[in-house]
Design a protein around this ligand. Structure first.
Ligand SMILES: [Zn+2]
Length: 270
């Protein structure tokens, strides 16, 4: 049955997660939308000069997309930039974090499954990186809220095994059980990670009071490491894989700060 063109057209806001050159001049993109979640689309002729929809569809750009429903992929008929996040392209560490956020969302969400909380989190977090806010707390906030938005909210207030309220002592974090273990239950997960009082406090402030409160805390290097490992290991369990953007990011963070050289790196594109 034929449908007329007008019935096939629709408009949505979207953030570009990844893109892939296709054929002579086309580009296949993965975007995240507020109402339809992750979406694969095709921008025909996007790599030709003066393309109508080409220049706006860069990584991490927030756009209004005009689309036509296609047999396989919906087709871009036009696009307007809402926020290009242009500063991200001049700041390698921020760009590396944006790549990590995009990879987490792309890996852990399903096509056409609405999740407005994920969309808002991604949009806000990219905007903060673009403003030059310290990526470390932005990334920990992103990870913690993303876990919750996907149904994996870490248990930070009672022991995930015996359900007793946690005391202000060194506990441990079990990524497999999805939360903190009290000293009595720690042996139920030999791979549980040590979590100091201050690291637990940081996670709880982030969870209860949000990013603005967390940026006022000054965790030590060791506490930062504990918080970071806790969240990263949890994602590894949820995703059952490592994230390529994390290896790239670690490489960027290990570079001597004064080095003007641009590393020869490729960000994952699909
Ligand atoms: Zn317990």
């Amino acid at each position: 049955m034929k449908t007329n063109l007008r019935d096939r057209l629709y408009t949505t806001e979207a953030i570009v997660l990844s893109r892939l050159d296709y054929g002579e001049a086309d580009r296949i993109l993965t975007v995240f939308t507020p109402g339809m979640g992750k979406l694969g689309i095709i921008a025909k002729g996007a790599r030709r000069q003066k393309s109508r929809s080409g220049p706006q569809l860069d990584y991490f750009t927030r756009v209004t997309l005009h689309l036509a429903r296609g047999r396989d992929l919906d087709v871009v008929t036009g696009a307007e930039t809402i926020d290009a996040h242009g500063h991200l392209r001049d700041a390698l560490v921020a760009y590396g974090h944006a790549s990590y956020f995009a990879e987490l969302v792309r890996t852990l969400t399903q096509e056409r499954e609405e999740n407005r909380r994920v969309y808002e989190l991604l949009a806000k977090s990219l905007a903060l990186l673009d403003e030059g806010i310290d990526p470390w707390p932005v990334a920990r906030h992103f990870e913690l809220v993303l876990l919750a938005a996907l149904g994996y909210r870490p248990e930070l207030y009672e022991c995930v095994q015996c359900h007793q309220a946690l005391e202000a002592v060194a506990n441990a974090y079990s990524p497999i059980q999805g939360g903190v273990l009290c000293p009595r239950c720690r042996s139920t997960d030999p791979s549980a990670l040590a979590l100091s009082v201050n690291a637990q406090k940081y996670l709880r402030v982030l969870d209860r009071n949000g990013l603005a409160a967390a940026v006022r805390l000054r965790p030590s290097e060791r506490e930062r490491m504990e918080v970071e490992q806790t969240l990263k290991q949890h994602f590894r369990i949820v995703a059952e894989r490592d994230f390529t953007s994390l290896a790239v990011l670690q490489h960027l963070l290990d570079l001597p700060a004064a080095s003007p050289a641009q590393p020869d790196i490729a960000f994952p594109s699909a």
